[in-house]
Design a protein around this ligand. Structure first.
Ligand SMILES: Nc1ncnc2c1ncn2[C@@H]1O[C@H](COP(=O)(O)OP(=O)(O)OP(=O)(O)O)[C@@H](O)[C@H]1O
Length: 301
């Protein structure tokens, strides 16, 4: 797997407090990487370190196969587009004027600016003042500004924050199109539902630590869904199991958490041995939200 971004024990401390701790990010080239975590978990701090906007306390950042440091920073940033915190752009200028400022700053031609604007579908709104834009339009302008340099990597901090469902869908669609065009996108959110359908890779952060990194399918596989057992005498069955296992009554079933295959066989044998009829044994379907909640201690949704 070729990674466009990787970090090695990336850490940021403020005073004694570690805000980001020992992060080993692996962002494969060409993916949409969903960087998820509750508010305050350290997503923005991590992204700022990737962009060399703040300096890590310890650890390394490697981008496009090269260490990000003072001597490589300028060149690497030339191929990275970013949108961190609130959307940029001067409110008293029009979208077009804002884009022209970016054009002059980067020394790029009209075609390149036109492509960025068309990608975010803002070509019909360039004569409007940015202060009159909706939040979604401001976000799209911010993304167009980030795209103007035609980056290989795009880092977006909560681009769907505050958007209505239609605006969220527009950003999702945009991220998909960008990835199809070969741009690697790292996008953060505190809401799983906003990016899980778009992201091909997920990294889950909680209290500055990476709890999980992998595909959506791997995330589901990593969790152990509850087991539900239908028994002839559920109350009796629960009483029998509760000392040794995490069990509780759930309607007419007994619900057991964290049960692997071996423990399941043991539970069934125990019940049958006690003369209790076992009518059904099934694992509960678990949603991605459920897994995310379990991993982050319920702080994110
Ligand atoms: N300059 C700073 N000095 C001290 N603490 C800071 C500083 N910057 C960030 N923090 C703290 O670091 C923690 C992580 O903040 P960060 O903004 O990275 O989180 P986040 O996951 O992006 O959250 P949000 O979604 O709310 O922006 C927070 O508790 C924040 O208060």
């Amino acid at each position: 797997m070729s990674c466009i971004v990787s970090t090695d024990r990336l850490t940021k401390r403020y005073g004694k407090r570690a805000v980001v701790e020992n992060l080993n990010l692996r962002i494969p080239q060409g993916c949409v990487y969903g960087f998820l975590g509750p508010n305050g978990s350290g997503k923005s701090t991590t992204m700022k370190m990737l962009l060399s906007l703040i300096r890590p306390t310890s650890g390394q950042v490697e981008v496009m196969g090269r260490p990000m440091n003072r001597s490589t920073r300028r060149e690497l940033l030339g191929r990275i587009g970013s949108l961190i915190e609130s959307p940029p752009g001067y409110g008293h200028l029009t979208g077009g004027e804002n884009m022209r400022l970016v054009q002059r700053l980067l020394g790029i031609d009209d075609d390149q600016v036109g492509r960025a604007v068309r990608t975010v579908r803002l070509q019909g709104q360039l004569d409007k003042k940015v202060r009159d834009y909706s939040l979604g339009m401001k976000q799209r302008l911010g993304i167009a500004m980030a795209l103007a340099r035609e980056p290989r990597l795009l880092i977006l901090d909560e681009p769907t924050n505050g958007l209505d469902p239609a605006g969220i869908e527009e950003i999702r669609d945009l991220l998909r199109r960008l990835a199809e065009g070969g741009v690697t996108v790292m996008v953060s959110s505190h809401l799983l539902g906003e990016i899980d359908k778009t992201a091909t890779m997920l990294g889950i952060l909680s209290n500055g630590r990476l709890l999980f990194q992998g595909t959506r399918a791997e995330l589901l596989a990593a969790s152990t869904p509850d087991m539900l057992i239908d028994a002839s005498h559920p109350t009796h069955a629960n009483a029998l199991l509760t000392g040794e296992f995490q069990s509780r009554l759930d309607g007419c079933s007994v619900r057991l958490s964290g049960l692997d295959d071996h423990a399941t066989a043991k539970v069934v044998a125990r019940l049958v041995g006690a003369g209790i009829g076992v009518h059904g044994v099934r694992r509960e379907e678990q949603s991605l939200e459920g897994v995310f909640m379990d991993l982050t201690g319920g702080g994110g949704l």
